[in-house]
Design a binder for this molecule. Sequence first.
Ligand code: AMP
Ligand code: ZN
Length: 469
Amino acid sequence: MTLRLYNTLTKTKEDFDPLNPAKVRMYVCGPTVYDFAHIGNARPAIVFDVLFRLLRHTYGDAHVIYVRNITDVDDKINARAAERNISIRDLTEETARIYAEDIAALGCLPPTVTPRATEHIAQMIRIIEQLIAAGHAYEADGHVLFDVSSKADYGKLARRSLDEMIAGARVDVAPYKKGAMDFVLWKPSDAATPGWESPWGRGRPGWHIECSAMAGEYLGETFDIHGGGIDLMFPHHENEIAQSEGAHHGHPLAKVWMHNGFLQVEGEKMSKSLGNFVTIRDHLPISDKFGGRSWDGHTLRFAMLQTHYRQPIDWTVEGLKAAEKVLARWKEVLNSFPVALQSDIQPPVRFMAALEDDLNLPQAIAEMHSLADAARRGSYQAAQELSRAGEIIGISWIDVQSQSQEYQIRQAVADLSDEDGSIRELVEARNVARKAKNFAESDRIRDELLARGIVLKDGPQGTTWEVKR
Ligand code: AMP
Ligand code: ZN
């Protein structure tokens, strides 16, 4: 099977044919770090993590480079740091750390490179100089702007004409702009605003130029896949294309452009003013946002994958509960086999075919349901395939919880409460009972521990416990 991906640039599903199969390259726009990531931000992280895993599976772990940047220079960051009366560096460090923790809790692998915008100012300045030299950019009133009229195919990603774009966009009509759609590459900073020395005076970069600089630095002029949420297609990605191609003699920036659909909450657009704004953290066991209910990161991930990545998704508590139930049932089935499941088997064929068809997760998950049914009827092969399928899309069968400190503390408390070793003994006795299929006894031990406030969690790697919440 060949991997097929829907390319927003051509509006068709295409066979994926990497420029160099020994070095498959993907760039995804990362977060602007000034606040907790919301559950919508989790979507591109999860979707492109599934793709990263699939590419690693196909081409080998060492042959895939995944770059996801951190935007740590932005006027929203400056405003928030001032509001909280902390330094910009402290704010961006703290937020980037929390983002990494949250995304790890969702079962996402760290990207190969996580570059920060502020560490690539020199590369941005170089591209801007190249653009000026090539006649694609001009300096005006301390700013440098991209001259949209200099690039005949501007709008090819969004598929809009210049007139449509002008009509549809709320464009800044700054007096120094030659054309209404011209966008900022560099802007001046006053003494109170972060700034870097440049040929155009002390200033800071516009938003779009960062991604062109970081993508160029780590992936070269042309790479395989560029991803992000659908909201970024215009103007952000259109402008990345204009900048990178303008600076690189028209060489394309990326072969395939991929965009995830938007997430809304309980049928409504998520927004702070509607009061339905939820962060990733709000869902995790460390939070009380959902009235005492919480979900581990893998349940959030699995719930997210129920909808095709290009479709809009309606994020609901019902959906979370349903995802939780399915995972619990599957874990139960897998744990019912007394023999350890092998993880080095070939992944199931129909599951892979669905995944390779533009990440058709709803279909792939349907295949997993069939495998679970067969496993429930006693098929050891089906159980192994189900387990393997989960691994491919990053669903851990061990209960992976939020990696937050609070969680670690709770776990440490659980371990401490076994001072006399009696919990461990009971867990072992229960494992013996389970192996002997003496489920009455194993259930009795589970209940005995529960009465002591200890919850057991079974996984293919063994049983862990924690203090009941
Ligand atoms: P931002 O920090 O707002 O630039 O967003 C980071 C990533 O999250 C981008 O790829 C956005 O497209 C994506 N994103 C933001 N909001 C949503 C949403 N409601 N649904 C899906 N993706 C989103
Ligand atoms: Zn970007």
